[in-house]
Ligand binder design. Sequence first.
Ligand code: KIV
Ligand code: ZN
Length: 533
Amino acid sequence: MTSQNSAVTGVDRSPVAIGDNHRVVIFDTTLRDGEQSPGASMNLEEKLRVAEGLEAMGVDVIEAGFPVASVGDFEAVKAIAERSKSSIICGLSRATKGDIARCAEAIAPAPRKRIHTFISTSPLHMQYKLQMAPEAVLERVKESVAYARTLVDDVEWSAEDGSRTEHDFLCRCVEAAIAAGASTINIPDTVGYALPDEYAALIKMVMERVPNADKAIFSVHCHNDLGLAVANSLAAVRAGARQIECTINGLGERAGNAAMEEIVMAIKTRADTMNFTTEIKTEAITKMSRMISTITGFAIQPNKAIVGANAFAHESGIHQDGMLKHAGTYEIMTPESIGLSRSTLVLGKHSGRAAFRQKLVELGYGDLGDNAVNDAFSRFKDLADMKKEVFDEDIAAIVDDTAVRANDRIKLVELDLRCGTANRPPHAKMTLEIDGVIESRDGTGDGPVDAIFKAIRDMVPHESVLELYQVSAVTKGTDAQAEVTVRLRENGKSVNGQGSDTDTMVASAKAYIHALNKLLVKREKTVPDGIAV
Ligand code: KIV
Ligand code: ZN
């Protein structure tokens, strides 16, 4: 295997310290591969919040988007670049001059920037998707990387469908990309087909066979179609890769990408056998996971590793007994290490603004700004009046909900609902603010939710179909806040919306409105999701 030391010393543009053989670069693509997945679109303000959170948690490279996809994507990457301080801001581009130039323009304001350009290299993709001969693809690799290098110093090249690419051809492409100036080489398992030992062998083979491999950092980008994305990424690091591309909560195309929280906690927890480090402040994991779930409307399954509601819960008597005697009996990491507080009851209706602010800091929301804190505090007071016990999860739901709504084009102003056993149809009187204009409508329906949704549809006409309506509780108890997820589908594209409130009907209205706001964002995209050259 090629010594990674020499690879690192040859790459002064990498975030890895020279000569550091143990440091793994964390490349987060939640805002690109994650946002590209069905239903997960985010608006500008949401993307800025996510980028700010990723930078604060120590992400080395933030893939902020795909600038050529739409004006909205371009503006978002540019705004993230303008606000960035320490992380490298990366934009994705296909292997065309137009894409690359647009990408360079979007990332230009960032103090540290990277162009990530890719082209498919597998026989299947070249023949059917690109309809290009291998030699033409190879030429395009050279041209695209060389052109990107005229615009920025830091260029990453990806061999799309790399894990299904013929080895000789893959090595020729990698060598050409490095010779043209790429300092990071990514070999994606685009379709999540690889097995850990075979993927590790592939990375090792490329690093050994490509003569100029020591001039680049090798990166992996694994999809989770067989549930192996994290295992494949870790196996590749053992084989010599030093950058992992991943997303919060494993968001991403189809079954998603490798989950950052799982990768980082595996590296940290198994330091006895995995002698690697990352710069991620793991205490930020819970906050970021909740933020992504609220913004995208993708609920986290309770038994999801690291961030699922049950990940640190102990129900059986035997386990509880063990835990009381020694936490290590059933916990391999502490909840605190991922920013999950062990305290359950936090604030009550007599808690003041100072205590509330202090709680926000403890939960990792220290820098919200006065307006957002005031809005969240007033919602907290309303909640504390209705609910005996206010838990950390309640506060997080309020803050995420408040921040998520702040810049929506459509906002809920009021909902007045009449329903019950009386023999008359449920009736909703809704007031919305749409692009700053207040409008009201009445709606009747087969049930209260139907009445609410009809009144909204009347004010915001649209053709989308309701694909999912799901209710869950944020905490235990009959006074718990309801968290509602709504999925809408229009012209083959779906969006998720989420809303929380102690009143399930209000939460439903918020979730539907949130989904509609996302639909407005999604309509702007011009490049199809299956990004082809
Ligand atoms: O999955 C993939 O191959 C990608 C590339 C664009 C890196 O997302
Ligand atoms: Zn991908």
